[in-house]
Design a protein around this ligand. Structure first.
Ligand SMILES: Nc1ncnc2c1ncn2[C@@H]1O[C@H](COP(=O)(O)OP(=O)(O)OP(=O)(O)O)[C@@H](O)[C@H]1O
Ligand SMILES: [Mg+2]
Length: 270
């Protein structure tokens, strides 16, 4: 369903090159739940923007259902970290906004209601957004993204603004939504537990310039997953170790750069 081949992304600004993504290869089969796990600032959002068609790649290919991605298209819908809803519209009106560019869909209200039911918000369809909790707002955003029946749902840290209890509740909800819709999901997170709980496959990214460091296949890991099981805890420790090694390297680099900058400042003063 989704194939990313040898993808590179570099920014050029003020005569400086910023290498962000380096030789990224990712694949997701139809209906697979794929998590992209990586440290803050490594390029996860940029990767999703390239898949969504919001941002140009430097080289490589993104292929969805056999077609090369060039522009944004409803076959790839994105759910953002901050929910991006219209506070002056009701829950149902926000979901109906998905059909703004497709006014001919006669069944739009029926479809919107179906997805509000799937995300568990049927009873709130006439509520205004400001009356909803953050988690409920995120579910409205998920229903809106699903309403156009995308081939791939791109989710950028959709639960990170919530407190830890609600986050756990909502990751179960996300799993249920995935079970009911059988969508291909690319889910970005920096929470190791969230990735192990949800994914069929985890791609672990390194810090910038980000490469795919490791791929974990969790297809055989029975669902719903018990976060206190031996298997879960072992894998969590293993990934934690990988990520903390990277973090130490990143800190060292940062400290060395800071020392360089301090030296240069001293030179200037002298
Ligand atoms: N136009 C640009 N020019 C140079 N660097 C940029 C530009 N846009 C983004 N970046 C850098 O690209 C890197 C990756 O950004 P991105 O937002 O994808 O990180 P992320 O992995 O999603 O981080 P987080 O987990 O904090 O959301 C950041 O270091 C950011 O500063
Ligand atoms: Mg991000």
């Amino acid at each position: 369903m989704l194939e990313i081949k040898n993808l590179n992304k570099t920014f050029f600004e003020d005569n400086t090159t910023f290498e962000i993504l380096k030789d990224i290869n990712i694949s997701a089969k139809k209906g697979e739940f794929v998590c992209i796990l990586g440290p803050s600032g490594c390029g996860k959002t940029i990767l999703l923007y390239i898949i969504a068609g919001f941002l140009e790649k430097t080289s490589g290919q993104v292929i969805v259902d056999g077609k090369i991605v060039k522009d944004p298209h409803p076959d790839r819908m994105m759910v953002f970290q901050d929910y991006v809803l219209f506070p002056w519209k009701t829950v149902l009106q926000n979901v109906l906004f998905a059909f703004e560019n497709n006014k001919e869909t006669s069944k739009k209200e029926e479809i919107a209601n179906k997805y509000l039911d799937i995300v568990g918000l049927s009873n709130f369809k006439d509520w205004y957004i400001h009356k909803l909790s953050g988690g409920m707002q995120q579910r409205v955003a998920i229903a809106r993204a699903l309403a156009v029946d995308p081939k791939v749902l791109l989710m950028d840290e959709p639960l990170s603004a919530l407190d830890s209890q609600y986050r756990k509740f909502l990751r179960k909800k996300v799993e249920q939504i995935w079970n009911k819709t059988k969508k291909t999901i690319i889910f970005v997170t920096h929470s190791i537990s969230e990735a192990i709980y949800l994914a069929d496959k985890i791609y672990l990214m390194s810090p910038r310039p980000a490469t795919i460091k490791k791929v974990y296949d969790l297809k055989e890991f029975k669902r719903p997953r018990d976060t206190s099981s031996k298997e879960f805890v072992k894998l969590k420790k293993e990934i934690e170790k990988e990520m903390s090694l990277d973090f130490k390297k990143m800190l060292n680099n940062f400290e060395n750069k800071s020392i360089d900058i301090e030296k240069k400042m001293l030179d200037v003063k002298l």
